[in-house]
Write a protein that binds this ligand. Structure first.
Ligand code: NAD
Ligand code: UGA
Length: 482
């Protein structure tokens, strides 16, 4: 029986290993992590992450061919194939701080593999890493185990899942990318991994490349996706200035088969743990290779994203007579997108901090994010949360002007304005007439996800701002005042 060990039981490691276990009953899959709290949650009825369909997959395999453990060394030692899905956050200090990927967790995983291994292994980069990381990993592995005569093959098998649709993405991937050495041993390792995916992925969707192409393709993939969002968000600002409507522009673009329909939704800005960190990583790699112009090109994608978030805050403040001081603002949605409880780099953090900076009182509701998480996100420096849970502070200060509540009606009661920051489906079916009646007047809606029916809201009496849509008279006048 082939034995797989997945190091890192996070948003990637947990779901990917669970799906491999589901699709390959003849393979024993052990998922290990240094975080005891995470592993005990994986072994409980309340999984550590919310992801539609994940619970069903885990319930089908856990206790059969899928196990979660903190005994990292034992399972690494026993495995034939090791997937490494540890975090690779942006470096906080030292050389390349603020841009380069922090490979501390990867390096310690590699050193541990070298220490405990007693047989040949295929080591797979699942985490997103800088191009040529495999070279460094190989050095760590071979340098430490020369005397034992153990052979390692390193493969790059980047993950392309999106949170909120992870299980569907894993069950029906549009592609699986495997990069490896092009010598006979490398090709044999590639084949072994290909055979695992072939249990459920059609052969023509499994692409094989050399190591560096696979590593760089992952960074390029995220950079291209984020670039599309910044492109449409840049257009949204121009739409507001000219009376064009961004959803109509998106529709027109989407019908161009050279462009396609996905990732054209203007928003308050992209969030999530990866886009910003991976672009920064790309920028650093370009700079390290003396490619200043290329680095500057990709930097703009992040700058436009920051601009979009501050533009939103600016709209809220200017619309409400140039101040939100002491005013209650309801925040509907805090997660970085719908169908996830993940708040890493969510645009809601910057928007809320911007409003708090103008002394607003926030009443926040998100169907999946709890108060502790929101308070942590608003009181801490964001980068700390990208590091493993056990390295994070146990408690943090409470932001007094923030109140986290249990539903949208409570959040909006007596509020002066409401902001939609995550596109949760349930926000479409709120009784906005009831909301309006219980709000201060004039009552404002700021739709950061372009998900509400603007005409209906205006009929009710709201003053509405929706990204990239023609401004109503009120907002136009306020623009002039400003
Ligand atoms: P995560 O923080 O949710 O999970 C990483 C886990 O690794 C943590 O639980 C941590 O405790 C554990 N860990 C760290 N060092 C370890 C060690 N030495 N031994 C054992 N466990 C260790 O991160 P994530 O979101 O799953 O991302 C992991 C990687 O996958 C990153 O490189 C990320 O860029 C990439 N990625 C993420 C996504 C996504 O949607 N989140 C998608 C594709 C790729
Ligand atoms: C993204 C990529 O889509 C995945 O392919 C990749 O594997 C993953 O990053 C990763 O490497 O971590 P994810 O961040 O989970 O996935 O979610 P996305 O659906 O890409 O959304 C990212 C952000 O962009 C969200 O804040 C979302 O609301 C925003 N977005 C997305 C828009 O503003 N407009 C869009 O049209 C699409």
């Amino acid at each position: 029986m082939v034995k797989i060990c997945g190091i890192g039981a996070g948003y990637v490691g947990g779901p990917t290993m669970a799906v491999i276990a589901l699709k390959c009953p003849s393979i024993e899959v052990a998922v290990v992590d240094i975080s005891h709290s995470r592993i005990s949650a994986w072994n409980s009825n309340k999984l550590p992450i919310y992801e539609p369909g994940l619970e069903e997959v885990v319930n089908q395999c856990r206790g059969k061919n899928l196990l979660f453990s903190t005994d990292v060394e034992k399972h690494v030692c026993e495995a034939d194939i090791i997937f490494v899905s540890v975090n690779t956050p942006t470096k906080i200090r030292g050389l390349g701080a603020g841009k380069a990927a922090d490979l501390t967790y990867w390096e310690s995983a590699a050193r541990m593999i070298a220490d405990v291994s007693k047989s040949n292994k295929i080591v797979i980069e699942k985490s997103t890493v800088p191009v040529r990381t495999a070279e460094a990993i190989e050095k760590i592995l071979t340098h430490n185990t020369n005397s034992k005569g153990i052979k390692y093959q390193i493969l790059s098998n980047p993950e392309f899942l999106s949170e909120g649709t992870a299980i569907q993405d894993l069950l029906k991937p549009d592609r699986v990318l495997i990069g490896g050495n092009q010598d006979p041993e490398g090709l044999e390792a590639i084949k072994k991994l290909k055979d695992i995916y072939a249990h459920w992925v059609p052969q023509d969707r499994i692409i094989t490349t050399n190591l560096w192409s696979a590593e760089l393709s992952k960074l390029a993939d995220n950079a291209f996706l984020a670039q599309r969002i910044s492109s449409i968000n840049a257009m949204s600002a121009l739409c507001e200035a000219t009376g064009a409507e961004v959803s109509q522009v998106s529709l027109a673009l989407s019908k161009n088969t050279k462009i396609g329909p996905k990732f054209l939704n203007a928003s308050v800005g992209f969030g999530g743990s990866c886009f910003q960190k991976d672009i920064l990583n790309l920028v650093y790699i370009c700079e390290s290779n003396g490619l200043t112009e290329v680095a500057n090109y990709w930097k703009e994608v992040i700058k436009v994203n920051d601009y979009q978030k501050s533009r939103f805050v600016h709209r809220v403040v200017t619309s409400m007579f140039n101040t939100v001081s002491g005013k209650k603002i309801a925040i509907l949605g805090f997660a970085f997108k719908k169908d996830t409880s993940d708040t890493r780099k969510t645009p809601a953090i910057d928007v809320c901090k911007g409003l708090l900076g103008d002394n607003a009182c926030l009443s926040i509701y998100d169907p999946r994010v709890n108060e502790t998480q929101i308070q942590k996100d608003l009181s801490m420096d964001g980068v700390e949360w990208e590091h493993p849970i056990h390295l994070q502070p146990l408690s943090c200060s409470v932001v007094k002007q923030v109140n986290v509540v249990g539903d949208a009606y409570e959040a909006t009661r007596d509020a002066h304005g409401l902001c939609i920051l995550t596109e949760w489906d349930e926000f479409k079916t709120i009784d906005y007439q009831r909301v309006y009646e219980n709000m201060q007047k004039p009552a404002f809606v700021f739709d950061g996800r372009n998900m509400l029916n603007v005409d209906k809201l205006r009929e009710i009496g709201f003053i509405v701002y929706s990204i990239g849509r023609p401004l109503d008279q009120w907002l136009n006048n306020m623009k002039i005042m400003n």
